[in-house]
Write a protein that binds this ligand. Structure first.
Ligand SMILES: *Cc1c(COP(=O)(O)O)cnc(C)c1O
Length: 336
């Protein structure tokens, strides 16, 4: 690890000393406020603790060279947050309401937003708080919405290491109707298979491909990349529609790549990576290169086993837009 990597705490382990919070009761949202970061009062029978009524979002704000703070595609993240809430039958807050909580929070913790390549990671979370363990088959009528702010540093400060991925052809990541819902329950569901694969095959992540159909990993979308061509799954209900995925595909089109969105099999993926690249996309790492795929009885090296040149090129191009070093042609950034 480099000296910088040793100095910076791991992703998500440090928080601003303030948070934004609002409570839903009697059919409406109360006022939101920015308060000191502290434990929240929660009844031990709270719906979320027993029946997992929870969803969240994750996006970043960047400090540009001129010191102003810019949010990346918050509108998309808030639209997805509302969809997640709706699919879990939680009270759905207006995007404007959550957006105002985010900006009020950033104004209060402006000073802790790291300089590039760091960022402020914003984590809205919505939980069902009704104290009723009899409500197993009923929605929570009360809820709490909070927004946490976490300064994060370069994900790859220790050097971009190619990932080892287990190709899981049996287990599913989540219930089939919750593929597009960003909920803690899906992470809990993916954890068992992921830990089992880590133990058995010493991999970093698991790519869920039930019945040979390539979907995504526990927390990132999956892309196949080569000279002038990107292949990734089309938007169906099986996986979380990443904002990073969408941004990369849009940008790749601008850069002259042919973007193909369709279902593909494990066999097709194995053929592709003989000469092509594979990568994982998500807000935290942006785009992380895959070095090898492990499958029952077989290790498949992706390209030359290193992070591919197109993966690096696409990642840098998106990071430059986020950090204000390249023009924002698609109106993705919003000044706080
Ligand atoms: C959050 C998430 C992603 C990545 O989405 P981004 O909007 O790109 O950050 C991908 N898959 C899953 C399962 C996720 O929860």
């Amino acid at each position: 690890m480099s000296a910088t990597a040793a100095q910076h705490p791991p992703f998500g382990s440090v928080f601003a000393d303030v948070m934004a919070i609002a409570w839903y009761r009697d059919g409406q949202w109360g006022p939101s406020s920015v308060v000191p970061l502290a434990p929240i009062p929660l009844h031990p029978a709270a719906h979320v603790l027993h029946y997992a009524s929870e969803c969240f979002e994750g996006f970043k704000a960047y400090r540009w060279a001129d010191d102003r703070i810019h949010l990346f595609r918050m509108d998309r993240h808030l639209a997805r947050f509302r969809q997640s809430a709706e699919s879990l039958v939680l009270p759905v807050p207006e995007a404007r309401f959550v957006g105002d909580m985010v900006t009020a929070l950033i104004e209060r913790c402006h000073a802790v937003v790291p300089e590039a390549p760091g960022a402020l990671y914003l984590r809205p979370a919505l939980i069902g708080t009704t104290a009723n363990i009899g409500a197993a088959a009923a929605p929570s009528t009360e809820a709490c919405l909070m927004v946490l702010a976490s300064p994060v540093w370069d994900y790859f400060s220790g050097g971009a290491k190619p990932l080892k991925i287990w190709v899981e052809e049996h287990a599913t990541r989540c219930a089939s109707h919750l593929g597009c819902t960003k909920t803690g329950g899906n992470y809990a569901a993916a954890l068992g298979p992921t830990m089992a694969a880590r133990r058995a095959h010493q991999v970093d992540q698991v790519l869920f491909c039930p019945g040979g159909d390539v979907q995504e990993t526990g927390a990132a979308n999956f892309l196949l990349i080569r000279e002038g061509h990107i292949l990734t799954r089309h938007l169906d209900r099986s996986f979380l529609h990443g904002v990073t995925r969408d941004s990369l595909l849009t940008m790749a089109g601008d850069l002259g790549y042919r973007v193909e969105e369709r279902a593909f099999s494990v066999d097709e993926m194995v053929q592709w990576v003989k000469t092509g690249e594979a990568a994982l996309s998500g807000t935290a790492a942006v785009l992380a290169g895959v070095g090898s795929l492990q499958r029952a009885g077989e290790t498949i090296t992706v390209g030359d086993g290193q992070v591919g040149v197109h993966t690096q090129r696409l990642r840098s191009a998106l990071v430059e837009i986020q950090q204000g070093r390249a023009p924002d042609r698609h109106g993705w950034l919003q000044t706080v």
